[in-house]
Design a protein around this ligand. Structure first.
Ligand code: TXA
Ligand code: MG
Length: 337
């Protein structure tokens, strides 16, 4: 085991926080069965304690203790997509602290596919005594509450500073947006519910279980089940406006003439002639766009402009997950003025 990994295991065992890479975004981890350690996550993030955490497991055979009455559909999905960017919401195991589940009777679990995450999870499980001993790592995204999720170790450093004992650096995240969340705890007669779209699409889910999940993407209950469903989530500090591609140049010029500095987030060639404006062009495919979106939002936010103008992306199902994140980044600021 390399030195950092050994240190990470030691820190987790003694109730400290360790940030680690996953294929989606970086996570802020603590031993899921240690209440004091889990409490540190909420304090470090500034996150309300009624927001449940995802427990990360080394493999699908580590459900034991964390979840009960695991339906067959969950097992099939786990087999098809784990390790990978899919979180399953299941009935909570009796020994799981309510602090982990946000006081709910359900629990979110996933097996991430980043090699360093898997090494850490397996090493920690081994140190805890193997499968029978409830060895999971509770980890939300390693950002301050309401901020953009980190996709590099440097982002975590900027977000968390010295609030975290160790940051494992696994390079930039390959997926770049948070995992797909699927609720499977509503009994076998109810279809699974998609709480958060992600890299694993509803079509891919339905190919495995034969049922298309119900789409519930804007759940604004008073008790938030998915903190990402809150308006403020994933938002840069600079107001972000989503603008149809054909209006981008006109709006940019209009704002510039009234003295406003705008940064541009595009995926086509529309804005290239507007250089030397700050333009960040993302790949014109959903996976590539997702991979670079959060780093681009941070970069444009740091440019300290008056506004970020984001070129509207297609409305198709393939773009659903990135559209969801882009809208949240713009949500509180309203549409283009
Ligand atoms: O890709 C990801 O899922 C990343 C990486 C680190 O694994 N994690 C992540 O965690 O995005 P977080 O806490 O930032 O977002 C997870 C969401 C939370 O908003 C939470 O509300 C939801 O999952 N969640 C967790 N347990 C839940 C439950 N029992 N019922 C409903 N939603 C749940
Ligand atoms: Mg988060």
């Amino acid at each position: 085991m390399n030195d950092d990994l050994a240190r990470a295991v030691k820190l987790l065992s003694s109730g400290e926080l360790v940030a680690f890479p996953t294929e989606t975004v970086y996570g802020l981890g603590a031993d899921a069965s240690n209440l004091q350690a889990v409490a540190k996550i909420f304090a470090a993030k500034g996150r309300p304690t009624n927001h449940p955490l995802i427990v990360h497991l080394p493999g699908a055979d580590y459900f034991e203790g964390f979840a009960e009455d695991v339906p067959d559909t969950a097992k099939r999905l786990a087999k098809a997509f784990w390790p990978g960017p899919l979180t399953l919401i299941l009935k909570r195991g009796r020994k799981v602290p309510y602090l982990v589940t946000g006081g709910q009777e359900t629990i979110g679990v996933r097996v991430p596919s980043h090699p360093l995450a898997l090494l850490l999870l397996n090493a920690y499980a081994k140190a805890c005594g193997g499968k029978s001993s409830m060895c999971g790592i509770a980890a939300p995204s390693a950002n301050r509450f309401g901020r953009i999720s980190p996709t590099t170790a440097q982002h975590v450093r900027e977000e968390m500073g010295d609030q975290v004992a160790l940051i494992l650096d696994g390079g930039p995240c390959a997926v770049g947006i948070e995992s797909t969340i699927l609720v499977l705890s509503r009994g076998i007669s109810s279809p699974p519910r998609l709480l958060r779209p992600g890299h694993i699409s509803p079509e891919a889910v339905s190919e495995v279980i034969g049922v298309f999940p119900e789409l519930v993407l804007h759940d604004h209950d008073t008790v938030p089940r998915v903190s990402g469903s809150l308006a403020l989530h994933y938002a840069p500090a600079t107001p972000l406006f989503i603008v149809p591609g054909e209006q981008l140049t006109a709006l940019f010029k209009n704002k510039s003439e009234s003295g406003q500095r705008c940064a541009l987030l595009t995926y086509s060639h529309t804005a290239e002639h507007l250089a030397p404006a700050i333009v960040r062009r993302l790949p014109a495919c959903p996976d590539g766009y997702a991979r670079e979106l959060y780093a681009a939002l941070r970069e444009l936010d740091e440019a300290g402009c008056d506004a970020i103008l984001a070129e509207a992306i297609p409305e198709s199902l393939a773009w659903m997950a990135v559209n969801d994140r882009l809208r949240r980044a713009a949500y509180t600021k309203g549409g283009a003025d």
